[in-house]
Design a protein around this ligand. Sequence first.
Ligand code: NAP
Ligand code: MG
Length: 524
Amino acid sequence: MADFKLTYATMFNPPEELHAGFDKAVEKLKKNMGQEYTMLIDGKEVKADEKFDDHSPVNTDWVLAKMQKGNSKHAQDALTAARKAFPMWSHTPWQKRVELLRKAASLIEERIFDLGAAMALEVGKNRMESLGDVQETADLIYYSCYQMEKNDGYIVEMGKDPLVGYDARNVSVLRPYGVWLVVSPFNFPFALTGGPAGAALVAGNTLVIKPATDTAWIVRLLVDCFRDAGIPDGVVNFVTGPGSTLGQALVDSSEVDGVTFTGSFDVGMKMFQDFGKRNYVRPIILELGGKNPVVVSKNADLERATIGIIRSAFGLQGQKCSAASRVLVEDSVYDDLVGRLKETASKLVIGDPTDRNTYNGPVVNKSSYNDFKDFCEEINQGGGKFLVGGNVKTGGMFDKGYYCESTFVVDLPFSHRLWKHEMFLPITTIGRVKNMDEAMSIANDVNYGLTAGFYGSPEETEWFFDKIEAGVTYANRPQGATTGAWPGFQPFGGWKGSGSSGKNAGGHYYLPLYMHEQIRTLVK
Ligand code: NAP
Ligand code: MG
């Protein structure tokens, strides 16, 4: 258990005990890898006939865990268990649900080093990114608890009917939908499972969780926190297996009353269409991809812009939905900024993400690694030049994992398709623009609208916020041009092809998405 809380402040200036705690946890974990983990259905540890080995992208010889390859029968069993538990959980007073969820969040905090170490080995995140994902999960859960309390369970006394001779009481209540499905991505496996799960549970829904196959192990460790907090059997069910079979079976089931999916645009849009095939419309919260721009004006503080862009372009190897993947720079400062970006990016340390000095670990799997090589080839063919990077790393430990250089591309024509395609890798394209209007028109000319960053004068920032089509926007921020949202500070969600609900996670309007309204009129 850490004696300090990882916050916004410690994130950028971590105390020594954080490093000591993390190092100890990695050492312990490495002695204990390769155990078998089950699914969790109705409180029972369930095995499937088929298993799969969860290899680390840091070193593919390391088998972190043996996981279950669940199938459509497991999907059905999990939904049945969640349905059975719903009356009990939804009638549990919200104060009790809040108490149990706060307990789960505090267990996550107690286990932060062990969980962070597992995260680093399974995803390939560096230590601060790994610990950040774990702490953010606890904070997202706390935030849902806080919202429930602040809104007094969302029970609101409405006006009295003006009809003379009748005394009517009108009360608005928000009630849970029923069985909620959470399907999460590999890149923030903790926060993007635990955040939606926490909201759904506080609201009174029961759950089926399906994690990304690449990160099935760490999500199992999250589910342990819910179970160990005393959340009753059947309320949180956990199944593992391929999205295309097990995941699809969940989506196709009429037993699901609502979904939160976080992942790619293509999978999310297909899910949206498949989920529409029932006799009525059910809620589906989609948090999808991004192609996030950074606009740099001639009035920018270039030192801040440099550090903010580097952090957002290459943090987590560019595998953030919020990654800065396009940089649009006003002509007169272009050469200066590009020179600074080159110098700073060349110094980033790539290696084992559990090492204290590593900034970039490996990308998550072989398919992403191959995509990196293919995109670099395509950029080369398309006239782009590599300001830095452009290759995978080879030799020694690099041959054991999926290591790619942090890559800035210049001179790629704006007409090239990769200016609009989410690569989800450490590749960021930089372009020169004549003026701010041109920058804005390019910035908005994509299917996505997740995050966006700006560096310029105070007057220009108002113009930027007003014109940019994105759900999360930042101006003049050195901590990250487009990344680093935190619950209660920067609620996170996207516009256009980046999200469906128009309300951001970790913000004022999120928790009500997990409940439908009932008006209760009673005439005395
Ligand atoms: P992904 O390939 O779309 O997978 C996401 C999840 O969907 C995984 O659990 C996957 O399981 C599952 N899945 C795949 N096919 C399915 C199907 N037919 N039915 C049901 N489930 C299915 O995304 P990813 O590669 O893990 O994550 C990267 C993407 O997520 C990027 O596009 C990124 O921008 C986006 N993202 C968005 C946000 C946000 O807040 N907007 C945050 C983080 C990431 P398997 O792993 O078993 O295939
Ligand atoms: Mg793996």
